[in-house]
Design a protein around this ligand. Structure first.
Ligand SMILES: *Cc1c(COP(=O)(O)O)cnc(C)c1O
Length: 225
């Protein structure tokens, strides 16, 4: 039951926030709906979950069309985005969570009709299977985005290794927060970088302890839907 799942996730968000003295309103729950139908997404919106995330361009476009009657949805794209798909989706989304290379940035610049709120994805864990710029490359990457006035760097995004212990999760998320604070401190107009997109079903508690402002939760919300 989605309503029951949501109640449990909200409860855990609340408890995690309480543990570290955070206001639960500072954590935005983004529902990852990549594994479910638009009917389930509709149920989520009826439960006032209006931040929805997809990771495949074609599937996203179909679902957005099926939900076109709901104009309050905030759409997040969380997947690796191929350059040739940029023109299809970039003007259809509110947040892009996976900016990690300059050729993609150039394509976004070319196709976007308004400023796109982007998270720069950082590969903090160093796993070769993961996308993202390395921590060492990050500041140079951010500076290289300056000419692209269609890109606003709202924050950083990462993923912890699957099956990591809580202490490893916290280490990864804490390192992303340090990087975020460094960029925020540079006061770049195009890169305010106040936000942290981190934490999924298995590790959002650790992410909240370390300052996540957007958590991307799929399975825990939509299981048994
Ligand atoms: C699938 C996915 C999630 C959600 O994962 P769950 O474990 O189902 O919560 C979050 N972020 C990204 C980038 C994803 O691809």
């Amino acid at each position: 039951m989605i309503a029951e799942n949501l109640r449990e996730v909200r409860q855990e968000i609340q408890e995690s926030c309480a543990l570290v003295g955070r206001d639960e309103k500072s954590v935005r729950l983004v529902a990852v709906t990549k594994t479910v139908s638009s009917q389930v997404m509709r149920q989520l919106t009826e439960l006032k979950v209006l931040d929805l995330a997809e990771n495949r361009a074609d599937v996203f476009l179909d679902k957005k069309q099926e939900l076109a009657d709901i104009d309050t949805i905030c759409w997040h794209f969380i997947g690796n985005l191929q350059r040739r798909k940029v023109k299809l989706i970039i003007n259809e989304i509110d947040y892009f969570h996976a900016l990690d290379n300059l050729s993609l940035a150039a394509e976004i610049q070319k196709r976007a009709e308004h400023v796109i709120k982007c998270f720069v994805e950082v590969n903090v864990s160093g796993e070769t299977s993961k996308h993202g710029v390395t921590p060492a490359e990050l500041s140079e990457f951010i500076l290289a985005l300056a000419p692209y006035d269609k890109i606003q760097v709202v924050g950083l995004m990462t993923m912890a290794p699957f099956g990591a212990t809580v202490s490893v999760q916290r280490d990864i998320f804490g390192r992303l927060r340090q990087l975020q604070q460094e960029i925020e401190a540079a006061n770049l107009v195009y890169a305010p970088c106040h936000e942290l997109s981190m934490g999924m079903s298995n590790d959002f508690q650790a992410a909240i302890y370390e300052g996540a402002t957007f958590i991307r939760v799929g399975t825990a919300l939509v299981k048994d839907a």
